[in-house]
Design a protein. Structure first.
Length: 122
C-alpha cells in the first residue's frame, strides 16, 4: 500500500501526497542536509578557524542542550503540555547534582532517580 492510499485503521483518509512527492521531499531534505554539512566539513574543513569563532563555538553545546531540554521539562508532551511538578523537581535535582559533583553521569542518574521516585509518590 502506498503512502497516498487510505489508511487501514478506520479509513481515516488520505495523506494528500503522492508517493513521488513524498520521495521527492525526502531526497530534497537529504541533499539539503548534505550541503549544509559539506559547507563546513568540505569547504573549510582543512583550514584553521579564527580564534573568535572557536571561542564562540565552545558555547554551542551549552546553548543547544538546554534549548532542546527546557520545553520537554516545562511543557512535556507526555502530559499534554501541562507542567508536571515531578519533572521540574527532577530537573532541579539534576542541575544541583551536576553543579556540585561536575559529573554528567551522576547528574543524569540523580535526575532519573528523582523523576521515577517523585512520579511513584505522586
Amino acid at each position: 500500500m502506498g503512502l497516498g492510499a487510505p489508511l487501514a485503521a478506520g479509513g481515516r483518509g488520505v495523506t494528500g501526497w503522492s508517493d513521488v512527492a513524498i520521495w521527492g521531499i525526502i531526497v530534497a531534505l537529504g541533499i539539503g542536509t548534505w550541503l549544509v554539512r559539506f559547507s563546513f566539513l568540505g569547504l573549510i574543513g582543512d583550514r584553521a578557524l579564527p580564534p573568535w569563532l572557536l571561542r564562540h563555538l565552545r558555547y554551542t553545546p551549552v546553548a543547544v542542550i538546554p534549548a532542546l531540554l527546557a520545553p520537554l521539562i516545562v511543557w512535556p508532551p507526555a502530559t499534554g503540555g501541562q507542567t508536571e511538578p515531578a519533572r521540574l523537581i527532577a530537573a532541579i535535582v539534576c542541575i544541583v547534582v551536576g553543579l556540585w559533583t561536575r559529573s554528567l553521569v551522576g547528574s543524569i542518574v540523580a535526575g532519573m532517580g528523582t523523576l521515577y521516585a517523585v512520579q511513584g509518590l505522586l
